[in-house]
Design a protein around this ligand. Structure first.
Ligand code: LLP
Length: 417
């Protein structure tokens, strides 16, 4: 069920007219539907019901505390990639034993914090990282539980910036080096080897790459068993795609069934790290038209949100549907929807048919729940937008709009000036 729907020409989020939120919050702001988030999480969870598994929401896709709290309340864990994400996950109430830490560049300080917090597992991505982690755990008098992240070298059909499982990508350890790395991990006194992991890319709309990766991980698992390793966790990462435009990604249930078939009867806990599939279509960006202008061959609609608020179209040429907050019953026009930032790359939509928006109209940029606010910046000294969550008839600001003072937080003009 879609929770962003029109009633009498007005776009609602659940039971709240979006225009009412604008009156109180101003624009631009991100808007999330609580019902959508919980439904997506439950559907994903439900799909894996008969697996021993743990769903760890990928914090990088959306790291707002209120959103993370929803997953904490539903028994979810967290996939993190930095000390900051660890801080957020713990603050939101996600238990440390449900936190899994990936990333090719974990710093010693981050490792210390994670060990001190008793997270469940590190997904180690290089031999040097392994050595550093061992040393730090040794200094702290504890053991680090780890999985080795494998780069399974599978083909994925997604934007090259978000594909991670090819041999030319920086992520994980190659198939050839995998067993040696496991062996050297075993020699380290403060390392406890418990898992195998991978993450092959994001916005994948086809099941095959996941199955190919799982097969390769299973092959390694078989070897590891022969070598008497006790591997109890298999982490498949995230990556399941969503519909932005006309993509037809598999339903989580279809995904789960297919994985189960390949996995067979392994005595293992499956870790899943979905981000986009849970939150992508649970959030939208609301912006207001400032001006319109036409040049010889273009119509421009200039809105008050910019690439600093939502960089995906600029960075990945990604598609986001555009909807009016109040339905416009006139013929569509072909236009570019652009922001106020001083870059030609500051666009949301190029040459697409859309309603003939006018100054003052409110525009909803759809499918902006994942990698949207979390990738926002202050470029052009623009305060980052507010975030709002709706639950049935209620709405609440879950992050206030930044102020000018926030912009200069921590900046110092030195004495010698
Ligand atoms: N696990 C790991 C280790 C990851 O690196 C990622 C995403 C995920 C899980 C979650 O993947 P998801 O289920 O959301 O596909 N900024 C890009 C996406 C980058 C994804 C990075 N890694 C975008 O806006 O499309």
């Amino acid at each position: 069920m879609n929770h962003f729907v029109y009633k009498d020409d007005n776009l609602f989020c659940e039971d709240v007219p979006i225009a009412n939120i604008v009156e109180q919050v101003g624009t631009p702001f991100y808007l999330y539907s609580h019902a959508t988030i919980t439904r997506h999480f439950r559907v994903f969870e439900g799909a894996f019901n008969d697996f021993d598994h743990l769903t760890c929401f990928s914090v990088k896709s959306n790291s707002n505390l209120a959103i993370l709290r929803i997953f904490a309340l539903h028994g979810g864990g967290a996939d993190i990639v930095s000390g900051g994400e660890l801080f957020r996950a713990l603050r939101a109430g996600i238990p440390p034993d449900k936190i899994f830490y990936s990333g090719v560049g974990k710093t010693p300080e981050e490792m210390k914090l994670a060990l001190k917090s008793n997270i469940r597992m590190f997904n180690v991505e290089s031999e040097q990282e392994l050595q550093t982690l061992n040393k730090i755990a040794n200094n702290m008098g504890c053991k680090a539980t780890i999985a080795i992240r494998i780069n399974p070298e599978v083909e994925t059909n997604t934007h090259p910036y978000i594909s991670t499982g090819h041999s030319e990508n920086k992520f994980g350890i190659s198939l050839e080096d995998a067993l040696n790395t496991y062996e050297s991990a075993r020699q380290l006194e403060n390392i406890d080897v418990k898992g195998i992991s991978c993450h092959i890319g994001s916005q994948l709309t086809d099941i095959d790459p996941f199955l190919n990766a799982l097969r390769k991980l299973k092959d390694i698992l078989k070897e590891l068993k022969k070598m008497a390793f006790d591997i109890t966790f298999l982490n498949l990462g995230g990556g399941l795609g969503i519909t932005y435009d006309d993509e037809k990604p598999p339903h989580p249930l279809e995904y789960a069934m297919a994985l189960k078939k390949v996995l067979g009867k392994e005595n293992i806990t499956l870790i899943l790290e979905p981000g986009r599939v849970i939150i992508g279509n649970a959030g939208i960006l609301i912006t207001q038209v400032l001006y319109t202008k036409s040049t010889k061959n273009k119509n421009f609609i200039i809105v008050d949100a910019g690439m600093n608020d939502l960089i995906r179209p600029t960075l990945y040429n990604s598609f986001h549907a555009i909807q009016p907050v109040k339905m416009i019953h006139s013929e569509m026009v072909v236009a570019d929807l652009v922001g106020p930032v001083c870059e030609t790359g500051d666009f949301f939509v190029k040459d697409r048919k859309m309603p003939p928006f006018k100054s003052g109209d409110l525009v909803a940029i759809m499918s902006a729940g994942a990698y949207s606010f979390s990738m926002a910046s202050n470029y052009n000294s623009r305060p980052r937008p507010a975030e709002v969550m709706v639950k049935e008839k209620l709405f609440s600001i879950i992050r206030s709009r930044e102020t000018y003072d926030d912009l200069i937080h921590g900046e110092v003009i030195p004495e010698f000036l």
